[in-house]
Each structure stands twice: as structure tokens, then as C-alpha cells.
Design a protein around this ligand. Structure first.
Ligand code: ZN
Length: 410
């Protein structure tokens, strides 16, 4: 048996750190609001950096605000584990936070045990994973992996017109390190499932073999605002009607192409009055499928329909691509490390594909990567009621710890 093979995390410490972080940006309904690069995000960052230093990690922050805490050991590229601490506007306590705090807990256990590692271990917290305020999502890991430039990230603006560059400076979120400096040997991420499968099956956790492809679009339709009572239907250029038709067609397309989900999560009509034909409609589309060629077909059909529907109503359409991530297959060796770790606790691990986007799928572009999921009760996430039982949080963190140990001793 390898040295440290019986190590386990301190469950109370894990849960109490999760509780402490959940107090920052806490909302009255039990949820959390720590939007990327906000004052609350900065408070969370400062808390995390202090915890990392207290554990004895070497903290480095890069220019997009990604935070890395390294446990020096051995030599060469580190094994890295982490996630994000930003949330959506109405977020829960575990999305992202769990992956960062479980990695921190693993670092503390490894340090305190004195077990010999052949490589360093780095705990990572990536900036703006959610993309709730600034798109694209997974911004910090994209900049780290070199698929998004720092300039492009800094130029992204929120709905109020504030840029990432302004907000990073205003809240002192950035450090000096050039993005991408720490290139991991391997990357593992623990995350809540954010879907119903593990909870429904009564499983403690699942090993994630890949992430489905994701495409985000913003469609702006411009017609003509006019009187709702006097304008005959045939005279109208109703941007709202066209938006509604496209959204309904996206659902029909999702039903007809296996594995697809389609969502219009945000819509605005202008002028937005009860008795005025909408002159302008702006809405978003989120299209996903685990198979990129199927996703190509979904996009082709929806956009072809959108053009036809807009032309039929004499409405102009502008499509902006907000984010685009291919489907990702995770690394067999990292999956095997998680699998053996799970079995060392007597679990028969379930394999699954992630429906949500995660930093690990971006890190998979520069390092072997995989993920482990713990259940979300009733599949709820991006919701203040998001909940995972302590025993599942602890089981997931233990699987992560032993997988990290395997990878850092290999
Ligand atoms: Zn997340």
C-alpha cells in the first residue's frame, strides 16, 4: 500500500469552512450572491487567501484574478484541483465553493500528514466561472488555458456597462502573475452535480467522463413599435412575436435531436408596454448536447428558422455569439485515479457526463483532467435551496483527496 493510502479529510473542518464562505454574500433565503468581481466576490477572495496562508500554502494571484495556493513538494508541474467561488445572482452554498474548499482541505491533510509527494499540489479558484455578470463563463480558466486573451476578458461588460477590467481594478481582484504560468501535471475538480441523477439513484457520487458542448447566443430583433389597438396584424413588424416563435422552435428542435437541451433564459421587450407592439426584442439562447455534430445540427436548424421567422415579420435580426465550448472527453488516467480512489472507500462509482460547464473542461485543454460529482438534492442548483448532505460533501472530498494523492505520487 502506498504511503498515505489511508488518509481521510477532516469532515467538520470541511463543513465549517463551507459555512464560513456561505456567510459572505449570504442572502436572507439561505442562498449566496457573490457575482464575479463584485465587492462580495472580493471579500470571498480575501477570506480564501487568508485560509490558504493559514494552511501554509504559497499563494499566487494572476492578472485575471485566478487564485492559486501551492503546497510545495517534490518537483515538476503540480497536480491541481479547484473550482470557483463566484456565484450566480441567486446562487447556493455549494456550487463552486465545494471544489475549492475540498481541495484546500486535501492540501491541509497532505501537509499535516507529512506524506511524501513527488509533485507539488496546487489549490485553484478560477475567476468568473458562472458568467452571470460577464460573458463568457469560465472566464478565468479560459484565460489561464490561453483560449481567451486577457484583453478580451477585460473588455467584457456587464448589463450596466461596467467592464471586467474596471471592476477587477475597483475591487483589487488581480495579482501580478501572468495567466497560464502554473501549468498543471493533472487537474481534478469536485463539484455538486447540479442535476437530479445521483440524488434519484441514491448514489454518493459520480465520476464524470466528459462535459457536453455548450453554445450561447444573444439575438436582437428589431421591428417597429406601434399601437396595439389600431395596427392591423398584417402591418405589424412584431419583434416580440418573432422571439416567441424562435424560442418555441428551439424547444421543438431539442425534442427532435437526441440529448439536446435548449433554453431562453433572458428576454427583454422594448418599449415593454401593455398596449404597444414590441419594436425590439432581445433574448438569449443556451443550446447543449454531448455530441458536437448533433449540436451543429441544432444550431443550424434553429438559426435557419430564426432567419425565416424574422423575414416573415419584416424584422431585422442580429445574432451575437456569447460563448461556445466544444464537448470534452476527460482523461482516462485521471478518471482511473478517481475510480480507484472511490473503490478504496468501497464505492462502486457511477460514470456520467456533465450537463453543466465547468473549469475542468477548459483545463482539459492544457492538462489531463476529470471530475467527481456529489448529489444535489432534487437536482436543484443556481438556486438558494441548493443542498447536498454533509456526508456526501465529505465522501466527495475524500475521493478527491485520495485521487490527488495518487496523481501526486505517480
Ligand atoms: Zn460551478
Amino acid at each position: 500500500m502506498a504511503a498515505g493510502a489511508n488518509l481521510v479529510i477532516d469532515g467538520d473542518r470541511l463543513v465549517s469552512r463551507l459555512n464560513a464562505l456561505a456567510q459572505i454574500g449570504a442572502t436572507p433565503d439561505g442562498g449566496v450572491r457573490r457575482l464575479a468581481f463584485s465587492a462580495e466576490d472580493k471579500q470571498g477572495r480575501d477570506w480564501l487567501v487568508a485560509e490558504m496562508r493559514a494552511v501554509g500554502l504559497t499563494v499566487e494571484i494572476d492578472r485575471i484574478g485566478n487564485i492559486f495556493g501551492t503546497l510545495p513538494a517534490g518537483e515538476g508541474a503540480p497536480v491541481m484541483s479547484g473550482s470557483h467561488i463566484d456565484t450566480v445572482a441567486t446562487g447556493g452554498r455549494y456550487d463552486g465553493a465545494l471544489g475549492v474548499i475540498a481541495a484546500l482541505e486535501a492540501a491541509q491533510v497532505l501537509k499535516e500528514s507529512g506524506v511524501a509527494l513527488t509533485r507539488p499540489f496546487t489549490v485553484a479558484a478560477f475567476s468568473n466561472e458562472e458568467g452571470a455578470r460577464f460573458q463568457p463563463d469560465m472566464m478565468g480558466s479560459c484565460v489561464h488555458a490561453g483560449v481567451l486573451s486577457l484583453d478580451a476578458a477585460f473588455a467584457a461588460r456587464d448589463a450596466a456597462g461596467m467592464s471586467v477590467g474596471q471592476e477587477i481594478a475597483a475591487h483589487a481582484c488581480a495579482g501580478e502573475m501572468e495567466p497560464g504560468t502554473i501549468r498543471p501535471h493533472a487537474f481534478v475538480e469536485l463539484h455538486i452535480e447540479q442535476g437530479p441523477i445521483l440524488d434519484a439513484e441514491g448514489r454518493g457520487f459520480g465520476i464524470v467522463e466528459g462535459v457536453q458542448g455548450i453554445r450561447w447566443f444573444e439575438l436582437t430583433l428589431t421591428g417597429e413599435p406601434n399601437h396595439a389597438g389600431t395596427t392591423p396584424l398584417s402591418y405589424r413588424r412584431d419583434a416580440g412575436l418573432v422571439a416567441a416563435r424562435i424560442i418555441a422552435f428551439a424547444r421543438e428542435t431539442a425534442l427532435s435531436i437526441e440529448g439536446t437541451v435548449a433554453t431562453a433564459g433572458r428576454i427583454v421587450f422594448e418599449p415593454g408596454q401593455v398596449n404597444v407592439v414590441p419594436g425590439r426584442a432581445l433574448f438569449t439562447l443556451d443550446l447543449r448536447n454531448p455530441d458536437d455534430s448533433r449540436l451543429d445540427e441544432v444550431e443550424r436548424r434553429v438559426m435557419a428558422f430564426a432567419r425565416e421567422a424574422a423575414a416573415a415579420e419584416r424584422v431585422e435580426m442580429v445574432v451575437r455569439k456569447l460563448a461556445r465550448f466544444p464537448a470534452v472527453a476527460f482523461d482516462a488516467d485521471v478518471i482511473a485515479a478517481l475510480d480507484r480512489s472511490a473503490r478504496s472507500f468501497g464505492h462502486e462509482p457511477r460514470r456520467m457526463v456533465s450537463g453543466a460547464g465547468h473549469d475542468a473542461q477548459i483545463m482539459a485543454g492544457i492538462a489531463p483532467a476529470a471530475m467527481v460529482f456529489v448529489p444535489s438534492v432534487k437536482g436543484l442548483s443556481h438556486n438558494p435551496a441548493e443542498f447536498t448532505a454533509d456526508e456526501d460533501l465529505i465522501a466527495g472530498a475524500n475521493v478527491l483527496l485520495r485521487a490527488v494523492l495518487r496523481l501526486a505520487q505517480a
